[in-house]
Design a protein around this ligand. Structure first.
Ligand SMILES: [Zn+2]
Ligand SMILES: [Zn+2]
Length: 346
């Protein structure tokens, strides 16, 4: 027999997890009327991280980590209604719901959000990875009932190699081409700083040259304690100064007029999609570097096993294969049809 509750006695009388509702433009926390990573402006939002497909300007109130708020301020020039929450800190959202921000290992400031209501625990990962990254705090495995995960690289074919191997390829190309420069396409938030920090960790101490679009975000990372070494702007250099150098630019700059100022550039690109040769060819990439800030297939499945939720909800990416894997491993799962998440950040 079902346990009986007198009417109105406690929130647990409602159906399990009815307080959290996936809608096409975000995940709605019903009792607090607050949205997680909504794809349109709302009165109150929880934001997992600063990539454009998760963080939008224009919310009345934005609850996020201090670094994510700083990134949003830089990108959208808005800081009204900013509510900073540190990793490990819990805040009450109203309606009997609390939120705790936990590191997601994706980019600076990125968080999983643990929501608790009436003894039920739901984690929304946002984007995440498990591979080490010197520019952000590592993902924390945390038990919960419902685990809402991304699936950007949710196919078994996607395995990201250790980043040291890819950085090694970049440094080898540089040694072999002392009169050229290596132009690395990398997303301005996260990927660029990670590539630079990994180059430093591998002993590359020379000046790294930046496209102007990279500068402000690199400075922001440095202000948050991520050392990136000697960085200078391509616009301040002569062609000869950049021979034998590494240049970092947004992917959109790889094949545009801007790159003509570089000495015989060898085009590289740091992205999880570089696993797919056709994608590298399409972009005219000569040196594909498989470097991703998202979990690969093994990380996704290992994380579900470790978190061991009652149910897994899959947000954006290649949901079908991960859904199938959950079924085959006797795990309850469902795919959510969310809109507006694109790979700014692969
Ligand atoms: Zn992201
Ligand atoms: Zn994303």
């Amino acid at each position: 027999m079902e346990p009986q509750c007198p009417i109105g006695s406690s929130p647990s009388m409602t159906a399990p997890f009815s307080w959290i509702r996936p809608e096409p433009h975000g995940i709605h926390v019903v009792p607090s009327d607050i949205w997680v990573d909504p794809s349109r402006a709302v009165p109150r939002a929880l934001v997992t991280h600063g990539h454009a497909d998760h963080a939008r300007g224009g919310h009345g109130e934005t609850i996020a980590t201090p670094a994510t708020l700083a990134i949003m301020k830089l990108r959208y020039a808005t800081s009204d209604g900013a509510v900073p929450v540190a990793y490990g800190e819990s805040i009450s959202l109203g309606g009997g719901v609390s939120a705790t921000f936990l590191p997601a290992g994706h980019v600076l400031g990125s968080a999983q959000i643990l929501l608790e209501h009436a003894g039920e625990r739901v984690i929304i990962t946002g984007d995440y990875k498990r591979a080490p990254d010197p520019t952000c705090a590592p993902f924390e495995v945390t038990p919960c009932d419902i685990f809402i995960t991304e699936a950007t690289f949710g196919l078994p074919v996607f395995t990201h190699p250790p980043i040291g191997e890819e950085i090694g390829k970049l440094l080898d190309a540089r040694t072999e081409n002392p009169d050229a420069c290596i132009l690395v396409g990398a997303y301005a938030l996260g990927k660029a700083q990670r590539v630079i920090a990994e180059l430093r960790a591998a002993g590359h101490a020379d000046t790294i040259w930046l496209h102007g679009a990279m500068e402000a975000m690199c400075r922001l990372y440095e202000e948050h304690g991520v050392a990136l070494g000697d960085l200078r702007l391509v616009s301040d250099a002569t062609k000869d100064e950049m021979r034998g150098a590494i240049v970092v630019a947004p992917p959109s700059a790889l094949n545009d007029r801007w790159s003509r100022r570089l000495p015989d550039p060898i085009t590289a690109m740091a992205s999880g999609w570089m696993r797919v040769r056709a994608r590298a060819r399409q972009r005219g990439v000569e040196l594909p570097l498989v470097i991703s800030d998202h979990a690969d297939w093994n990380e996704l499945t290992r994380t579900i096993v470790q978190v061991n939720p009652q149910e897994t909800w899959i947000t954006h990416g290649r949901e079908e294969a991960l859904l199938r894997w959950c079924e085959l491993s006797q795990r309850r799962a469902r795919a959510l049809a969310l809109v507006g998440y694109e790979d700014e950040d692969d």
